[in-house]
Write a protein that binds this ligand. Structure first.
Ligand SMILES: Cc1ncc(COP(=O)(O)O)c(C=O)c1O
Length: 460
């Protein structure tokens, strides 16, 4: 039977590791659990069938949203740890997994060039990690607002609302990066306490110029939080364009940074990470709970985290993955990140040369490519994009859709008249080439997209 999700090798890996784990508890008296009989098998089979109703995210022909399959070793380590089910809130709940979290997080901090004495931990998501970073930012800059580009992740507005901190969106330039002129005129009001720099925006993978923000910071003294939930691991890439490289090299000067191992870090969902350059922010977390922390005087992760219970299994999965694929420049993991970017550049070139599509003015900064369908107006292009999206899915190629500004495309792309003058956005096709294998599959992905676009064109 074909095995496109490579499940057989995974199950062997897990079974061997589970035997090794069980051996550590073999001295305990027998405690028979309820048998996993036919009823369990039947409901699990039902669940497997229900899960057919998904796009094939793990397969390279899924080249749509930001979805990357966890590494088999991460899946196995997570499943293994669940048989213990540690809680990394406190050492009582997970001694080994807490130590593994500290080690794995220190490796992420080292990847960014953060000082050895930092404060950081895993979170259940990028949103919670950003919430925590902005909570601390607000406490260090009381009464001041948070600013981020209009392309920053939508949750920053929401988080600021939750924290009761005013939020100011800053316009972007024609590369979807924060407009520094607009930002500086706002900074002159001295109302801004924190600026969020997004290194890898969600829609287009644009990289805010962190190096230039640092120059403004010297003049205006604001705090800088880097949201690299999506793009953080690109700091390891060997093929960034110079502006992006400069931004990534400036991360060690930022006050805080967020990265999501559950995006590019090959982890199952439920794994974000927040890092603070100054460990003294730990003072904001102080609390006095009588029912936790009672078995050890050592630092507990729960003492430096906004969340209480957290899956120790996430830390075990991350630690194991980083053991196999260390976060070192030039290593296998780093090469995988660079390959995604290479695939995106290759795809952008094909789009630029095709009469059926319109490429944006600027090539991708990371591994996200967006492109419009060739048509005389934004509305006609949008309608065509939807049809190509549907047609591609019929032949098992899955891309994504995103509504973006027409200013990202060369001027003169569309003819505007009195009826179309107000069309400031266009529905684009979008592909995130997150899987290293995408580079090997790019020829086939292009052939399928081209075929879908030709079918749509023939039916118009
Ligand atoms: C730049 C950026 N920040 C934050 C988030 C939110 O992360 P999460 O979905 O893990 O909560 C995302 C998600 O796509 C993102 O791309």
């Amino acid at each position: 039977m074909p095995d496109p999700l490579n499940s057989a090798a995974f199950l062997t890996l897990l079974a061997d590791a589970q035997r090794q784990l069980d051996a550590g508890f073999a001295h305990l008296p027998e405690n028979p659990s309820a048998p996993l009989g036919d009823a369990a098998a039947a409901v699990l089979a039902d669940a497997a069938t229900r899960l057919h109703d998904n796009y094939p995210y793990a397969h390279p022909l899924y080249a749509g949203q930001m979805l990357k399959p966890p590494h088999p070793v991460a899946r196995a380590a997570y499943a293994l740890a669940m048989s213990v089910n540690p809680n990394n809130h406190a050492l009582d709940g997970g001694r080994a997994s807490s130590a593994m979290e500290l080690e794995a997080v220190a490796e992420i901090a080292a990847m960014f060039g953060f000082p050895r004495q930092h404060l950081g931990h895993l979170t259940s998501s990028g949103t919670i990690a950003n919430l925590e970073a902005l909570w601390v930012a607000g406490l260090t800059r009381p009464g001041k607002a948070i600013a981020a580009s209009s392309q920053a992740h939508y949750t920053h507005t929401r988080i600021s609302g939750v924290l009761g901190i005013p939020f100011v969106p800053i316009p972007v330039d024609d590369t979807n990066r924060i407009d520094l002129v607009a930002l500086e005129s706002l900074l002159q009001t001295h109302q801004i306490g924190t600026v969020v720099a997004t290194l890898g925006t969600t829609a287009t993978g644009s990289v805010d110029p962190l190096d230039e923000l640092l120059i403004l910071q010297q003049k205006y003294g604001f705090r800088i939080h880097v949201d690299a939930a999506y793009g953080g691991y690109f700091t390891l890439a060997s093929n960034l364009e110079p502006a992006a490289r400069r931004a990534y090299d400036a991360i060690p000067q930022a006050d805080s940074v967020v990265v999501d191992p559950h995006k590019h870090g090959l982890q199952p969902y439920g794994c974000g990470c927040v890092l603070f350059r100054d460990p003294a922010v730990g003072r904001f977390y102080k609390h006095d709970s009588p029912f936790t922390y009672f078995t050890s005087g050592a630092l507990h992760l729960g003492e430096i985290s906004l969340e209480c219970s957290r899956a120790g299994a996430s830390a075990v999965a991350l630690w194991t993955t980083q053991r196999l694929l260390p976060l070192t420049p030039g290593g296998a993991f780093a090469q995988g990140i660079s390959q995604g970017r290479e695939a995106a550049l290759d795809f952008y070139r094909r789009i630029s040369e095709s009469p059926l599509f319109i490429a944006p003015i600027h090539p991708p900064q990371l591994d996200i490519v967006f492109y419009a369908a060739a048509a005389p107006t934004p509305a006609a292009s949008s309608a065509l994009a939807q049809k190509i999206f549907d047609e591609a899915a019929k032949i098992d190629l899955h891309v994504a859709l995103a509504r973006l500004s027409v200013t990202l495309f060369p001027s003169g792309t569309w003819s505007f008249n009195s009826e179309t003058a107000s069309e400031s956005t266009v529905l684009c096709l979008r592909s995130v080439f997150m899987k290293p294998e995408h580079l090997l599959w790019i020829e086939r992905i292009w052939a399928l997209l081209d075929a879908a676009a030709n079918t749509v064109a023939a039916s118009e």
